[in-house]
Each structure stands twice: as structure tokens, then as C-alpha cells.
Design a protein around this ligand. Structure first.
Ligand code: BES
Ligand code: MN
Ligand code: ZN
Length: 485
């Protein structure tokens, strides 16, 4: 989507949009438009859009009023994004290619304008790669926004927001692509391509190197697949001498369950079992593109979980890189096996100040929180609070979940150090306890179980059906508020 700033209404304008706060129609609005908006019960609620027609520069043009809700709301930025998203939802396939956003008399500040644009761009994103037979009226037509009357600083504010948009879109693409297109090697290739031209540093470990390091838990998951596993690290050094913050992502590019095979119906969803790694990749792209003043590393464990003659079996025991042995009682509890080696390696390699993992780890997380919040587990209250706050500000919402010794006991194994499943109750918590056993004393750690958040069956605030890009804005906000300060 092309976004540009101009001083006056372009001569070829066909569609003009105004952002309208709740109950505050602009004075300059023609009487007939104001009356039309009133008759249509347009109140200026966030996301509400009213359409009318009026003469501008002697020509009849389409006029859209986009509601941004209560001016004094605590979640003002999210509401402004909804205003932009509302416009995209309405005009994406409308036949219009350009919307002129006239904010001359809106009173919006630079950051606020950027929020409207971010919402507009994110909601306008679609994954049409494989839809070769779309009818004309189904095709996306909206491809440009021209902003008239922006306050000073709006272009700079947008440059930062644009980096975030690119990150979210990259994540959505990785998540939406099927598993015959996104597998460990192609994931790495796409990251290399997308980071080309940035100053981020990319490291890839192949199976031989991982074997050397003793990453048998991660390798065991991939051993039933024809697709070789990879560990991918993207490092952004924008913060001087401070110890880095590390984000780790579960990148199971397809999860059949392995020998503990999942039931057929719904298994296709497991193409997005790499949503944690996808979020980390997209967030790192945003940070690199906006040149964040922080030292951050994104580590992604990339494997495909398949059943074949070489696949690992329930009952197998593996030795993880940390030295701890794991009894694998269910090959479908594979995410924790990938993460435990990735987490251990990341701590050894980078000595992080704090380490935060993102994973579509348990179905039980969806049972607990649905599609409204991701669950956050943490060994450090201030880290948890910072993540919860970043979640509220960004709209990628989290809810804190418990940890404790009574839960931890449930994953003791009679034959090895630890088993990879607990009993049915509290399955998301025992999964988190498993990960905690691989965190070194004194390291602040948080685990975000985002199983319910990376894919949407219905459109939301700034996304349509499908991949949401959850996590990118959360990580970006967390880095701004906690690391860059
Ligand atoms: N990737 C799944 C979790 C998942 C399920 C994410 C549904 C999104 C939607 C994970 O690898 C898994 O299979 N977890 C099992 C763990 C169980 C075997 C202890 C689960 O949640 O059922
Ligand atoms: Mn699984
Ligand atoms: Zn999985």
C-alpha cells in the first residue's frame, strides 16, 4: 500500500475520508452530509463508517466519515487504528484505488495520524497468492492513501509505524502460507530475503551443528520428517553495550502430532504451528527497519513434526542440550521439545538480560482464554507487568497465568529427569513448567502461549479472517517501553 503526504486535495480525487471523534462532526461538513450521517445513526464510534457524496473543487466525490470513538479514551490509539481499519474494510474491494484522507480540521497529532494509517494498511492486507479465479468485484482495488493536512512530524511517525506494518505483514505471510511452501529451509530463505538491506545479523545452525551441540530434543521432533530442521537467529544490535533481550519462537512448520497422530478434522490448522517463530521474525524485521535503540535477538526453532519409520516413538528418552533427559510420552507435545533446546542455546550464546518465548503451545490455552488473550507465564513480576502493559497498549492482549512447584511436580518422570506431558488438567501450566526447567537461575523469563491468537476465524480490529500477525506489535511495544528506555 502506497502512503504519501500532500498539501492540498489532489485534482483527481474521487474518495475523501475524514476522521470523526464520537459526537463531533466537523463544522466544515456540508449540511446535507451532516444530515445524512445523523439519519444513518453515524455516531463516530470507533470503526463506524458513513458514506455520502458532496461537491469538492466543483466535482462530485465520495465522502467517507470514519469514526474514531471517544477522544479521551484510554485506548485512543487502538480506536484511531479502528477508524483506519474501518475505511480499509469498506473500500478494499470497492473499485476505488486511492483514498484521500483529509485531516486538515481533525486536530489529530502526528502519532495519531500514524495510528489511523497503520490500521488502514493492516486491515487492507490480504493473502490472495493462490486465488487465481477471483471475480473482478472480489479483487482488492485499494492500493494508495494520500494524506492532506497532516501536522508536522506525521511523516516521521509514519516511518516508524510503517516498519511495524511490514513486520506484521511478514508474520501474516509466514503464518498464512501452507506447509508445502513454508518449511524450515524456506522459512530461513524468506527471512534472509526480507532482511536483505537491513543491518541485522543472521545465524543458521544446520542439523550437524545442532547434533554437535547436543540439541537432541529439537532434533528428535524433526527426525520423522523429510524436511531438515534448522535453528535460526536474527540479531539486532542497536543498543550499545547492554546485554540483549532475547525472543524465542516455536516454529513447527507443520504439526501432525507425529506417531501420537492428531485426528484428521482440523489438522490443516497446524500449518500455523509456527506462529511463535513467525511473530519473532516479523518483530525483528520491524525493529531492524525502524532501527530500534536496543540489543535484541530473535531465535527460532524450525522443525516439521511428521510420523514415519524414523520418527520418534512415545516412550523414547532423549538428552537435551542442557543435559536433562526427557521421557517423551506423547510426540504431539513437541513444541516444548523444540523450545527447551532453543531456550538453552539462546541463554548460553547470548547471556540475555531477559528471555521471552512465543509459542502456539497448547490447545488448553484456547480452552482457557479463547481468542481474546494470549497467556503469559513468568518467573519475574516486573517482566510480566511490562508484557501485560505492552499488550494493552498494542492491542495484542495477554493475561497472566500461574506457575508453581505443585504444578512442576506433575512432570517428574519415573525413568528420566522430566516427562513431556502432565495430566489433562492445567495442561498449559505444566507445559510452561517444562520450559521453566530450562531457564537458568537469575534469568528473567516469560512464556507467551499464543495458540488462540495467531489465526482468526472472523475479522477483528485490524485483521480479516486468517493470519492476525499477533505478537509483532506486542514485541515492538515492549521493546519501546522497556528496553529502549
Ligand atoms: N500445536 C499444538 C497446540 C495447538 C493446538 C495449537 C490447537 C493451536 C491449536 C501442540 O503441539 C499440541 O499438540 N499440544 C498438545 C499437548 C498435549 C499432547 C499435552 C495439546 O494441546 O493437545
Ligand atoms: Mn503438537
Ligand atoms: Zn505443536
Amino acid at each position: 500500500m502506497k502512503i504519501s503526504f500532500t498539501d492540498s486535495l489532489p485534482a483527481d480525487t474521487k474518495l475523501v475520508a475524514h476522521v470523526v471523534s464520537k459526537g463531533a462532526l466537523p463544522d466544515s461538513l456540508e449540511n446535507v452530509l451532516a444530515a445524512g450521517a445523523k439519519a444513518a445513526r453515524f455516531k463516530g464510534n470507533a470503526g463506524q463508517v458513513f458514506e455520502g457524496f458532496a461537491e469538492r473543487n466543483g466535482k462530485v466525490v465520495r465522502i467517507a466519515l470514519a469514526g474514531s470513538g471517544d477522544k479521551d479514551a484510554g485506548d485512543r490509539m487502538a480506536k484511531l487504528e479502528k477508524a483506519g481499519a474501518g475505511l480499509a474494510a469498506k473500500y478494499s474491494t470497492s473499485g476505488e484505488s486511492t483514498v484521500v484522507l483529509d485531516i486538515s480540521d481533525s486536530g489529530l497529532g502526528a502519532e495519531e495520524v500514524a495510528a489511523v494509517l497503520l490500521g488502514l494498511r493492516l486491515r487492507n492486507w490480504r493473502h490472495d497468492t493462490y486465488r487465481t479465479k477471483l471475480k473482478e468485484e472480489q479483487k482488492k482495488t485499494l492500493e494508495a492513501v494520500k494524506i492532506v493536512g497532516a501536522p508536522t512530524g506525521a511523516e516521521t511517525a509514519w516511518a516508524d509505524a510503517e516498519a511495524v506494518a511490514e513486520g506484521v505483514e511478514f508474520t501474516r505471510e509466514l503464518v498464512a502460507e501452507p506447509a508445502n511452501k513454508v518449511y524450515p529451509l524456506s522459512f530461513v530463505r524468506k527471512v534472509r530475503e526480507r532482511f536483505d538491506g537491513t543491518e541485522a545479523e543472521i545465524t543458521v545452525l544446520d542439523e550437524e551443528q545442532m547434533e554437535e551441540l547436543g540439541m537432541n530434543a529439537l532434533l528428535g521432533v524433526g527426525q520423522g520428517s523429510e524436511q531438515p530442521s534448522r535453528l535460526l537467529a536474527v540479531r539486532w544490535n542497536g543498543g550499545g553495550a547492554e546485554r540483549p533481550t532475547v525472543f524465542v519462537g516455536k516454529g513447527v512448520t507443520f504439526d501432525t502430532g507425529g506417531i501420537s497422530l492428531k485426528p484428521g478434522p482440523g489438522m490443516g490448522d497446524m500449518k500455523w504451528d509456527m506462529g511463535g517463530a513467525g511473530a519473532v521474525a516479523g518483530a525483528m524485521l520491524a525493529l531492524a527497519k525502524r532501527k530500534a535503540k536496543a540489543n535484541v535477538v530473535g531465535v527460532m526453532g524450525l522443525v516439521e513434526n511428521m510420523p514415519d519409520g524414523k520418527a520418534q516413538r512415545p516412550g523414547d528418552i532423549v538428552k537435551s542440550m542442557s543435559g536433562q533427559t526427557i521421557e517423551i510420552l506423547n510426540t504431539d507435545a513437541e513444541g516444548r521439545l523444540v523450545l527447551c533446546d532453543a531456550l538453552h542455546w539462546a541463554q548460553k550464546e547470548y547471556r540475555p538480560d531477559r528471555i521471552i518465548d512465543f509459542a502456539t503451545l497448547t490447545g488448553a490455552m484456547i480452552i482457557a482464554l479463547g481468542n481474546e488473550h494470549g497467556g503469559v507465564f513468568a518467573n519475574d513480576d516486573s517482566l510480566a507487568d511490562d508484557l501485560l502493559s505492552a499488550g494493552r497498549q498494542s492491542g495484542d492482549k495477554l493475561w497472566r497465568m500461574p506457575l508453581g512447584p505443585a504444578y512442576d511436580k506433575l512432570i517428574d518422570s519415573p525413568i528420566a529427569d522430566i516427562k513431556n506431558i502432565g495430566p489433562r488438567p492445567a495442561a498449559s501450566v505444566t507445559a510452561a513448567q517444562f520450559l521453566q526447567r530450562f531457564i537458568e537461575d537469575g534469568t528473567a523469563w516469560a512464556h507467551c502461549d499464543i495458540a488462540g491468537m495467531v489465526w482468526a476465524d472472523k475479522p477483528g480490529a485490524t485483521w480479516g479472517k486468517g493470519a492476525t500477525g499477533f505478537g509483532v506489535r506486542l514485541i515492538d511495544r515492549f521493546v519501546r517501553e522497556t528496553v529502549e528506555k
